[in-house]
Design a protein around this ligand. Sequence first.
Ligand code: DON
Length: 344
Amino acid sequence: MNRRILTVICAALLGLVLSVGIVAAPQGGNDAQINAALQAAYAKYKDLKEGKNADYIPALAKVNSNIYGIALVTADGKVYTAGDIKSEVSIQSISKVFTMAKVMEEQGAAAIEKRIGVDPTGMRFNSIVAVEFAQKLLGGPEINPLVNPGAITATSMLAGANRNAIWKSLLGFYSDCAGRSLGINKEVFKSESDTNQRNQAIGYLMYAYEFIKSEPLRATDIYTEQCSVSVNAKDLAVMAATLANGGKNPASKKQVIKPENIPGILAVMSIAGLYDDSGKWLYHSGLPAKSGVGGGIIAVSPGKFGIAVISPPLDAAGNSVRAQKAIIDISNALGGNPFAVKPK
Ligand code: DON
C-alpha cells in the first residue's frame, strides 16, 4: 500500500472516530469534556470568598458557607459531579418552578398566565410595590409565579382536599422530578415559619386583590414548607434535567411534566429566575434558571442538560455568587447557550 492510500485511510478513520465522538456526545460534550469543565469551574471558584449567607431566615445563617457542589445531568441521564454533592440545603425559591409546573399539570398552562401573569417585575423577590404597581398601574395579572406574591398564589391554586393532601401531593411531585423521595429540613421550616410575617402579609394582599381565592395563611404556610425541602446538588440537577428533557425525568424515565408545559416554564425562568438580575444572567448564560436563598441555582440547556450548583453565600440580589459563575463557565465551555449558534 503506498503512502498516499495509507494517508487517505487514516484520515477516513480519524473522521469516523471524530463523528462517532460527536454522535455519542450530543449533550454538549463528551465525558472527558464535561468532567473537565466541571473540574475547572470547581477549582477556579473553590477559594472565592464573595457573598454572604442569607440571614433573614435565621437558620440559613448557620449553614456552612463552604458547601460547594456541582452536578450536571444530561438529557439522556448521565450524571457528572464535582465537589460536595452530599451536603443538602433547603431548596427555597427553586421550589417555585416546580409548584408552577404542578399547577400547570392540574389546570393547564393558561391558568398561571391568567391568574398570576408571566411578566418580569424587575423588583426584589418579596416586593410588595411590585404587586401594587401591577394592580394599580397595569391593572391585572402582570407578575409571575417565581416572585413571592406569584409563588404564594400558585401554591394557593394546588388541588387537594385539605392541607395534608395538598402537601403530600406536592412533595410527591418534587420527588418525582428529583427521582428520589425528598423530605424537609424541619429546622429551616420552623425558622422561616417564625419569621415569615412579610410573606403572610403578601398572602393577605394577594387575597385582598382576589388573586388568592381562600385561606391565604394556609397558602403561605404550604409555600414556607415547600421552601424547606432538603436537596443536594445532584437532586437539583436531576430536577433541572427533567426540564431539559421535555418533562421526562432522564434518570427514572418517568414523564413528570407534560412536554407542552415545558416551554412556558422555561420562558418564565428566563425572564424572572434570578429576580432583578435575570437580564444580566440571561445576557451571560442564555439559560433559563432559578435561584434559591439556600444557595442553590438550577439552569437548563434545553435538550442538552440540567445543571445545579450549591454554594450558600449570596450577592445583593439574593443569588449564589459561586453558582452563577460556575454555571456560566461550564455551560459556555459545553456550548450550552441556546442563543449561540454557528453561522451556516
Ligand atoms: O420566601 C422567602 O423569602 C424564601 N422562602 C425564598 C426566597 C428565595 O429563595 C429567593 N431566592 N433567591
